[in-house]
Write a protein that binds this ligand. Structure first.
Ligand SMILES: O=C(O)C1=C[C@@H](OP(=O)(O)O)[C@@H](O)[C@H](O)C1
Ligand SMILES: C=C(OP(=O)(O)O)C(=O)O
Length: 456
């Protein structure tokens, strides 16, 4: 686990003293917004993103593309709609592709999508693009993207660790072709190469050689969005070889994309219904989606809740009784912190498996979850590929968050049921959900008798 930076700001997590009954409008998906930005920047005509997520990760992506010459205008469009505005109202980003150029500097922050999706884009630019980011970004795996780009013809100056910081010396075009990578540490290696693939001279064929591949829904999201932008993609699911994806060279369309709500960020709110025996409605829950967060319907139902997809959105209800779960989460790893928090409050044990790669996320999530839940009196052990969680009566205390947005939301979930939980640096939720504290207290405003735990 990376060292926890010293933060003195503690957020007293509100305790719920009754059942929640709320409708929570969750902002747009990080993963969809950042893919849409990259695809729009690589298109041959301008496009629109409607209801984009404005958060640290997506603003870093937009800023990086701007630094390489892409025009991104933020507008609030009215429903009357002039010729240049997308239909409907609300916030929208207009993306105007341009010849990509360096020199430029990209701050990736700690955004996996920025540090992995943009080096392939930079290889298409004219001139050097330097990538740097938060200290943790130096530790997150990037070798799959660097080695693959080199094999496909790119010139990159990195370091002996094969990680950030680095410079991609864009040559204005990339030959592309077939490449083998081991993406067992991150599905984002595959997504990164596929997203820019249509713009490589020969397209790209990515052959994953590793033993496991996490986060398949995110690869499906990449393929789906590429196809919607007009790319031709062959996949294992469309009759191709296992673990091989092929993108043909082609122009990409400028599109008008409505960004779905972030279903992974719906997790803490659905958890609130489960824990308090209440009801939470999430508007605009898509009927069909590639987002991993859709699996919450099944996972939280197995843990004791029930849900219904209605005209108003996903209506999720709990009874207050929480059952432990034995689940392989390798496809939906980013849901782990909130599921672990719920499991710590359950009436039976849980085993969460298939998530060794979480040790390389924003922080070592397995170590951090075990340590922080145990410091509140819990009994969580790390296994080779996950967590074993034995519920115990918990008490209040500081929950350290290691600059990890999902650790902070997990802590708030525990704080609903445990008096005196103080969440360190709740502002770290701004990585993907800047309004989390307001959304959370807004949801609880509908609970009779919700209290804010006193600072200890
Ligand atoms: O492509 C994406 O948008 C993501 C893929 C996943 O990464 P890993 O495969 O590295 O877990 C996920 O955890 C991350 O939050 C977002
Ligand atoms: C792993 C995550 O993010 P990133 O895109 O930085 O990999 C996450 O959001 O849970």
């Amino acid at each position: 686990m990376t060292e926890n930076p010293a933060h003195t700001d503690l957020w007293p997590a509100p305790l719920a003293t009754g059942a929640v009954d709320a409708t929570v409008t969750v902002p747009g998906s990080k993963s969809v917004t950042n893919r849409a930005l990259v695809l729009a920047a690589l298109a041959s005509e301008p496009g629109w993103l409607r209801r984009p997520l404005r958060s640290r990760d997506t603003l870093l992506m937009a800023e990086a593309l701007r630094a390489m010459g892409v025009g991104i205008e933020e507008t609030v469009s009215s429903s009357s709609g002039d010729a240049d505005s997308p239909a409907g109202s609300g916030e929208a980003w207009r993306v105007i592709p341009a010849r990509l150029r360096g020199p430029a500097t990209v701050d990736v922050g700690n955004a996996g999508t920025v540090m992995r999706f943009l080096p392939p884009v930079a290889s298409l630019a004219d001139g050097p693009i330097r990538f740097d980011g938060d200290p943790r970004s130096y530790e997150r795996p990037l070798h799959g993207v660097i080695d693959a780009l080199r094999a496909l013809g790119a010139r990159i100056d990195d370091n002996e660790r094969g990680a950030l910081p680095l410079t991609v010396h864009g040559g204005g075009a990339l030959e592309g072709g077939t490449v083998e990578i081991d993406a067992s540490s991150s599905s984002q290696f595959v997504s990164a190469l596929l997203l820019s693939g249509p713009r490589f001279n020969q397209g790209v064929e990515v052959r994953h050689t590793g033993s496991v591949l996490p986060s398949m829904p995110h690869i499906r999201m990449t393929v789906d969005m590429l196809r919607q932008a007009g790319a031709q993609v062959d996949t294992p699911e469309s009759g191709g070889e296992p673990n091989v994806w092929r993108v043909s060279p082609s122009a990409l369309l400028g599109r008008d994309v409505v960004i779905e709500p972030d279903l992974s960020n719906a997790a803490p709110f659905l958890a609130a219904a489960l824990i308090t025996g209440g009801r939470v409605t999430i508007p605009d829950w898509p009927e069909r989606t590639t987002q991993p967060g859709d699996a919450l319907r099944e996972i939280f139902t197995a843990m004791g809740g029930s849900c219904e997809l209605t005209e108003a959105g996903l209506v999720f209800s709990g009874t207050g009784r929480i059952t432990g779960i034995d689940a392989d989460l390798h496809e939906v790893g980013e849901l782990t912190p909130v599921i672990a928090a719920v499991a710590a409050l359950a009436d039976s044990e849980s085993t969460l498996r298939g998530i060794a790669h979480l040790r390389l996320h924003e922080t070592d999530r397995l170590a951090a979850l075990a340590k922080e839940i145990n410091e509140l009196g819990g009994d969580v052990t790390e296994t080779a590929d996950g967590l074993h969680i034995r519920p115990r009566p918990l008490h209040g205390g500081v929950f350290h968050t290691y600059e990890d947005h999902r650790l902070a939301t997990a802590a708030a979930v525990i704080g609903l049921a445990v008096d005196g939980v103080q969440v360190e640096n709740v502002a770290t939720t701004a990585k993907t959900l800047p309004d989390f504290p307001e959304l959370w207290t807004g949801m609880l405003g509908t609970v009779a008798g919700a209290t804010t735990a006193p600072r200890v």
